[in-house]
Design a protein around this ligand. Structure first.
Ligand code: ASP
Length: 292
């Protein structure tokens, strides 16, 4: 039997409210690990753990997602397994669990990524009900952020305060299968229709036989550097910790503010960031470790 491992992060944008963050992350990895322990697949563990994080309102995913420029919430999510299966949704509104819809795209369609109205229509066809993910807390933050903007004209995203609170989970099951999931409300005050790195294969999420990685941070730069793919490819030759170090150094050299979590084929973990702080938690062989 292979190592059972699950790691989650709650974004690389800092760790205010560390207690709330740690609670959500610990619950997510514990329930994910239970699935692995009971012989379940890493895909099920990742989906379930992400759903818990999507319900944890401190994070920017599912309920509690950040609001875009016009006050609407558009969410991105993706899921991938090491054997190459992939599904994603982009700019989807009014669902509780975007990760669930991403998995449905993977399993029920011939496509990899559905976006906007089409993604929503597909979700409804699959029986996913209406849900308003807006919370008072995130609405207040949005109002404050809007006031701080010099004009309502779209500012350069990288000049905004870092508010990366995307969630990601990577897990390895008893068969050694690695799965990865990532879910986000995007960057605060983004233009309507903006799609970040999270649903883009190889940018926010990637897995193959060498390992799996989920990214958080400045989506536009993560896309340009194809950071998740790059990190996994480093794992062909190097262990997860070394690959993580190389990838985050590459990100820094290319002015990409990011955080990464991942697992290599031997069950080794990476957890790195070049931002102020990242919240994370993992369980490996029954032992839990967390940032707080
Ligand atoms: N990467 C996400 C995005 O650009 C933001 C985040 O990590 O919180 O949409």
């Amino acid at each position: 039997m292979k190592n059972l491992v699950i790691i989650a992060n709650g974004g690389a944008g800092g760790i205010n409210f560390p207690h709330r963050r740690a609670q959500g992350l610990k619950k997510a990895v514990s329930i994910g690990y239970e699935i692995l322990k009971n012989g379940g697949s890493s895909l099920d563990a990742v989906e379930k753990a992400i759903m818990i994080l999507e319900d944890t309102t401190i994070f920017n995913a599912g309920t509690g997602s950040t609001l875009g420029l016009t006050g609407e919430i558009e969410m991105d999510a993706s899921i991938m397994t090491a054997n190459g299966d992939y599904g994603a949704v982009a700019a989807i509104k009014n669902v509780r669990y975007p990760i669930q819809v991403a998995r449905l795209v993977m399993e029920k369609t011939d496509h990899l990524l559905l976006c906007g109205d089409g993604a929503l229509r597909f979700a409804r066809l699959c029986g996913i009900k209406y849900h308003n993910p807006k919370t008072r807390e995130k609405e207040r933050m949005w109002l404050r952020a809007k006031k701080e903007m010099k004009s309502t004209y779209f500012p350069k995203l990288y000049k905004l305060k870092e508010l990366y609170e995307t969630v990601g989970v990577v897990a390895m099951d008893k068969n050694g299968m690695i799965s990865v999931g990532t879910s986000t409300g995007g960057i605060s005050l983004h233009l309507p229709g903006r799609v970040g790195d999270t649903p883009i294969i190889g940018a926010g999420t990637y897995a193959n036989k060498y390992g799996g990685v989920s990214a958080t941070g400045h989506g536009e730069m993560i896309m340009k550097t194809l950071l998740a793919f790059r990190t996994v490819m480093y794992m062909e030759k190097y262990s997860a910790p070394v690959a993580g170090k190389m990838a985050i150094e590459y990100a820094t050299r290319n002015k990409c503010r990011a955080g990464l979590i991942g697992i290599d084929r031997h069950g080794r973990i990476l957890c790195v960031n070049n931002t102020e702080a990242m919240s994370w938690c993992y369980i490996k062989d029954g032992n839990m470790k967390s940032f707080y």
